[in-house]
Ligand binder design. Structure first.
Ligand code: UDP
Ligand code: MG
Length: 333
């Protein structure tokens, strides 16, 4: 992210800061979160609202959030009608947050709220997006660290050169940038890529990502793979080009073998290709064709879902949201 393209105009602290917190089965965390965020809010100069999105939890999360909202009007609760996934839940919170600056943060306290002070300092410098870069990841398995490392490197190399490395969704977004982001209503959402795409003056703060102290990760391998596929496929046709390249490579191999056979024939050596060669070539060609169809299918499937134009999330309960949630074209009741 080049910082020089933007002229920074220093500004004061946001009059209202929104924290957007997607929560899915986080009942074990909520009491700790409540203590941490209450003391964090007391340290802030301006007003704050905590926008919780309950992403169809099947435990006590919603009850705990509603209790908290009843005790504290700064706590807003958006209850989704079912589990829509982290990116959709975050979108719901971003849509309904009203702050002059919004911070997207996980419920599990892996991203320490105290880092927001550093983010606010950069906001005052004039930056529109301040994303948290994980200097270290504590308490995560070696496998998760390795796959995350590979993911960011691969994405930056082939799909998304602007995507900041090792930055999750923990970030501060200014109101003008958020309004731009809200115009992007695609179904398959890779928020951190979308934030990079909108541009604006962006910068990083480094922090140590803590271990999850309560509850467990809601991103099993299956969800991580889907997330990586969305990140790759929803942002660029590069995977299609890979299958094209694969096609060329296999065709080239075929020509090379044919050329070799021809030369042997001309030179007077009979060329009798063996069973192994045939089977290997058959597998290569068959594999290349199926992979290409698979990649194509991934795009076609996504086009199909996109074209249905369904709402990104549905809201079934709210608390303390004094603005009509229906503003955004999504159903509220
Ligand atoms: N989350 C969500 N919906 C989901 C999965 C996760 O709202 O379907 C929330 C979860 O409650 C947490 C955040 O997204 O606040 C990040 O999830 P998690 O901590 O499990 O991911 P990890 O940090 O392990 O990548
Ligand atoms: Mg986490």
């Amino acid at each position: 992210m080049t910082e020089s393209r933007h002229r920074l105009t220093p500004r004061s602290d946001p009059g209202l800061l929104s924290l957007v917190i997607p929560t899915y089965n986080e009942a074990a965390v909520i009491p700790h979160l409540r203590a941490r965020l209450t003391s964090f809010a007391a340290e802030l100069a301006g007003a704050v609202e905590l926008v919780f999105v309950n992403d169809g939890s099947s435990d006590q999360t919603l009850d705990l959030l509603l209790d908290w909202a009843a005790a504290d009007p700064r706590v807003k609760v958006i209850g989704l009608a079912r589990n829509f996934g982290h990116q959709a839940a975050a979108t719901a919170g971003l849509d309904l947050a009203r702050g002059d600056a919004v911070v997207l943060i996980d419920a599990d306290l892996q991203d320490p709220p105290e880092v927001i002070h550093q983010m606010l300092a950069r906001y005052r410098d004039g930056y529109d997006v301040v994303y948290g870069v994980r200097a270290s990841r504590l308490g995560e398995t070696r496998f998760k660290r390795l796959t995350a490392w590979l993911f960011y490197r691969f994405m930056r190399a082939f799909i998304h050169p602007d995507l900041p490395a090792d930055a999750g969704d923990f970030r501060l977004i200014s109101r003008p940038c958020l309004d731009a982001l809200k115009t992007m209503r695609e179904t398959h959402r890779f928020l951190r890529g979308m934030v990079a795409w909108v541009g604006f003056a962006q910068t990083a703060v480094r922090y140590d990502r803590r271990a999850r102290e309560h509850g467990e990760t809601k991103y099993p391998l299956r969800k991580m793979l889907r997330f990586a596929a969305t990140a790759a496929v929803s942002f660029s046709p590069a995977p299609l080009r890979v299958s094209l390249a694969l096609g060329f490579a296999v065709a080239f191999l075929g020509f090379a073998v044919a050329g070799y056979a021809f030369l042997r024939y001309v030179a007077g050596y009979p060329y009798v290709s063996g069973w192994t060669t045939l089977v290997v070539l058959l597998c290569l060609i068959g594999g290349a064709i199926l992979i290409s169809i698979g990649v194509l299918g991934e795009y076609v499937g996504r086009i199909y879902e996109e074209i249905k134009g369904r709402p990104l999330y549905l809201i079934s309960t709210t608390a303390n949201l004094d603005r009509d949630a229906g503003d955004h074209g999504d159903c509220a009741s």
